[in-house]
Design a protein around this ligand. Structure first.
Ligand SMILES: *Cc1c(COP(=O)(O)O)cnc(C)c1O
Length: 392
């Protein structure tokens, strides 16, 4: 495996950290970014080498030159796939990237696969995570597959499938009377004593590298012409920040020369800290009180990467949009019964956000636009069925 990593860098202060050491946040408690020697990469491989699967690595693992693994043997193969772009409407240019096809049924697989693989390379034996569900399941699966112990903390009203799938895949799973941030506090309090590595969103550098691969897939799927707009259901924002990192790496390598997409962050109006900060032109978001939304994956009242999400939206000329839970349900039901696409609530939120952006004139329906269905709809509660058949 060719490795082009040079060091880690604080995303705020820009100081350097050693990637051969175990790292969480920087000295000023901000996320760390993995830096690559792009010049050497450009002189070693072409973009065709980059996307061609000479080493038969499954799914996103194949983008190995821009990933942080040292050894090919560190790849944890659970049958990853390049996720499809599904047409979900009358609009020619509107695509749903269906992340529900990944192992564990959500795009959390991308981040946790890389996070766990690097943890293993660094000799970590126990990993803990605060989660709204999907990240816990993905950690459980990848940790178990690589012989690492995992500890999952989730709010007690997390969708019950999420709690059970984490436990059955080998994580010691705990439910907490509180939100994801409360779960994070418990881990912070006990991690030293328990010997846990804290793999919380954006609090270690490698989950972002996994999420970044969504950007590489889009570049490849659109034949190096990126879509005009991307709508991303934003909780911790890893995917949004990650794709932006991916696009900028490709740009610096001169492997793309198109304009970069406008990045739209979609949140629920009952948990919309990023939207509020965007509207108020703030650089950081304030914690959202009493966060509640049925789109549990985006029920994140406070994100460590808040300033990176806001920076990405602004740099890309995108926008932050809030949609009501009612609209989310309506779009979920529309997608299912008009187009045969069973989305997760967060995926439906991106469609509601797209409609809102059209109404506001922020985008045009003939622009190529990608929405994200981040998890399979099968993980979430669905309406009861009680039709009576008259068998006369
Ligand atoms: C985690 C999650 C999100 C939010 O992803 P971030 O990258 O943390 O913003 C959205 N939808 C689903 C289904 C999720 O599991």
């Amino acid at each position: 495996m060719s490795n082009f990593v040079t060091h880690l860098e604080c995303s705020k202060a820009g100081d350097c950290y050693d990637h051969e050491e175990i790292n969480n946040l920087s000295k000023i408690n901000k996320p760390l970014f993995v830096k690559y020697d792009l010049e050497r990469l450009k002189n070693s491989y072409t973009r065709e080498d980059f996307v061609n699967d000479f080493s038969s690595l499954p799914g996103f693992w194949k983008y190995q030159y821009l990933l942080p693994l040292k050894n090919k043997s560190s790849v944890i193969d659970l049958g990853e796939v390049i996720t499809p772009l599904v047409r979900i409407s009358k609009y020619e240019n509107l695509f749903m990237k269906d992340e529900g096809r990944l192992p564990t049924g959500s795009f959390k697989a991308r981040g946790l696969a890389l996070g766990v693989a690097r943890a293993k390379e660094l000799g970590i034996k126990k990993i803990a995570i605060p989660t709204n569900g999907n990240a816990g399941a993905a950690l459980a699966a990848y940790a178990t597959a690589s012989g690492i112990e995992s500890f999952v903390f989730c709010p007690k009203d997390t969708p019950s499938i999420n709690i059970k799938e984490a436990e059955i895949q080998g994580a010691k799973t705990f439910t907490i009377d509180g939100l994801i941030n409360d779960c994070g506090l418990i881990i912070a309090k006990h991690k030293e004593k328990e010997g846990w590595f804290d793999i919380s969103t954006m609090k270690e550098p490698y989950r972002l590298e996994g999420k970044k691969t969504m950007g590489f897939e889009l570049a490849e799927q659109f034949n190096w012409q990126l879509p005009k707009n991307i709508f991303y259901p934003t909780g911790g924002g890893t995917g949004l920040i990650g794709m932006w990192k991916a696009f900028n790496e490709l740009k610096k390598l001169h492997w793309i020369d198109c304009d970069l997409p406008k990045m739209f962050a979609v949140q629920s109006s009952s948990c919309a800290p990023i939207v509020k900060a965007f509207d108020q032109e703030l650089d950081y978001a304030n914690p959202w009180p009493n966060a509640k939304t049925l789109a549990s994956g985006i029920r994140v009242p406070e994100a460590v990467g808040d300033f990176l999400i806001l920076k990405t939206i602004r740099e890309s000329n995108g926008h932050a949009l809030a949609v009501d839970d009612q609209e989310i349900i309506e779009e979920r039901d529309n997608l299912a019964n008009k187009y045969g696409f069973l989305s997760c609530p967060e995926g439906a939120a991106t469609l509601a956000g797209y409609n809102k952006a059209l109404q506001l004139g922020l985008i045009d329906s003939n622009e190529t636009t990608v929405l994200f269905n981040c998890a399979t709809g099968l993980k979430y509660p669905m309406p009861e069925v009680n039709n009576k058949f008259n068998d006369q």
